[in-house]
Structures are given as structure tokens and as C-alpha cells.
Ligand binder design. Sequence first.
Ligand SMILES: Nc1ncnc2c1ncn2[C@@H]1O[C@H](COP(=O)(O)OP(=O)(O)O)[C@@H](O)[C@H]1O
Ligand SMILES: [Mg+2]
Length: 290
Amino acid sequence: MNRTESKARDDGGALLEVRGLTVTFGTPRGDVDVVRDLSFTVDRRQTLGIVGESGSGKSMTSLAVMGLLPKGATASGSIRLDGVEILGKSDAALRKLRGNSMAMVFQDPLSSLNPYYTVGLQITEAYRAHHNVSRKAARAVAIEALDRVRIKDPHLRIDHYPHQFSGGMRQRIMIAIALCCEPDLVIADEPTTALDVTVQAQILELMADLQAETGTGMIFITHDLAVVSQVAQDVVVMNGGVQVEAGSTEQIFSAPQHDYTRALLAAIPRLDDDLEELKMVGDFRTGATR
Ligand SMILES: Nc1ncnc2c1ncn2[C@@H]1O[C@H](COP(=O)(O)OP(=O)(O)O)[C@@H](O)[C@H]1O
Ligand SMILES: [Mg+2]
């Protein structure tokens, strides 16, 4: 495998360009836009953080990009991957892109991994879905993939089952699966939310390292602005399905323009905070209706 050769044409154009994305659910009481007129760009070698409270439309945004929206939801607007419009592509065409050109890491590795198969089989299946190679060759790729996410003794661990790994190690395996086909774009949707803080810090460090090594464009979704500051160069802040503000991570942290962003910043717990003093974002909002 040639890791320096990207599948995407590096012609200066954006890797992912989302314009006016709206995601609508048809409900008995009419249509509801859960994402409205959202626009952002992800460049190669860039990590974009999308941050917002639970229910702000982060997951629906990522599922729309992946072509994985649940039944009842429709997307409109434009999603261009490497210059090609992918919104409205057929299921077959999207399946070809998923895993190969774009891959996703979800919050809960336990529900994404199959407990009955070894992790090695699950990585090789993901690889062989897009590459016509022998089991033996795919096994070598899987060992390399485990090694890349810093799992020790990958040649032994490859034959272990998911329950033989800790939560943090399982998330490493999900990252290995996402990266095995060297996608141009990785979307990580709250990948560390289910992990304790020490393990979370290790996974964040790993993702930042891998992003620097592979040059993959990445969208990192989280409700936690502190997490974003560790991995993302640029941030989109979402609330109620719309963009509240966007800018470089530095700008957002040093000079937030919007009350909602300031509230998210103030909700970041500090070591010297008393537990009783930990605040919810809603506490900071005036006239909040939700
Ligand atoms: N099947 C559904 N039908 C109607 N609304 C839904 C459905 N699934 C999710 N939603 C709504 O879409 C909104 C955005 O959800 P989501 O993107 O999952 O938020 P986030 O990932 O930011 O927590 C939420 O308000 C949620 O209630
Ligand atoms: Mg979500």
C-alpha cells in the first residue's frame, strides 16, 4: 500500500464542501427541519470540529454526508466530496464510497463491533469489501491497522474477540476499521463520549497523531468544546439545527461571538470547580425555550 498516494485529487479544491444542507423529518404534525441551511468545508489534512448540545443536529449532519439518514429523513442542498455531488447518489454508489472514500467512527464501539467475530475478521471484511485480495494479504493489512492505532502485539490481538478488549481498545479497533481503506474523509461522531477521561485523552491524542500522519480530512463531532480544542483547527458551533458561529478554534476560544458559544465555553469544567458549581449550558441562556 502506498500511504502517500491519496485517492482524492489534490487539486486545491476542498475535500468536502457542504452547502445549504437541510435535513427534514416528515412527522404526523408536518415537516421538521432538524438541520437547516448548514454550510461548511473540510480540507485535506484538516480536522473540523462540529460542536453543540445534544439534539442540535450534529449526528443528522454526519449521517447525511455518509448517505445513512434514517427512514423518514430527507436531505437537500449540496454535498460535494472531492468536487463530485454525492447528495442524491444511489445506494449502490454511496456504498462504494463508504469505507473506501469516507468512513465513520461512532460513539459506541460495542454496538458497532460484532461480538461473535474476531477483530481481525472484522477489519479484513471491511478491507475486502473494497479490495479484491486474498485473506492472507488482508490479514497483513489488519495487523498493520492494529499496529497503527497503537495496539500492542497486533499479530496476537488480531485473533481476539471484542470482549477481550477494554472500551478504549475497542474504540481503537473501530478507528483501525475506519482507516483500513485509507479514506479521504473520516467522520468521528462523539468517539470518546462513552470513555472515561484518561482513556478519552489517549484516544484524542491518537486521533490527532493519525490525522497528522495520514493527512485524512476529518470531521470531529462532540458536545464538548474542550475536546474540540485538542483535535480541531476549525470549529462549527451548532444549536437547534443551525450554525451559530464558525471560525478557527483559536478564534472561537479567544473571542466567541455568540452567547451560545460563550455558554458552551463556560460549561467546560475546570479542575478548581466544585462539583456543585458545574453548570449546564441552559443555565447560561436567557429566554431559553427548550
Ligand atoms: N426519527 C426521528 N424523527 C424525528 N426527529 C428526529 C428523529 N431522529 C432524530 N430526530 C431529531 O433530530 C434532531 C437532531 O438530532 P441529532 O442529529 O441526533 O442531534 P445530536 O447528534 O446533535 O445530538 C433532534 O432534535 C432529534 O430529536
Ligand atoms: Mg449525536
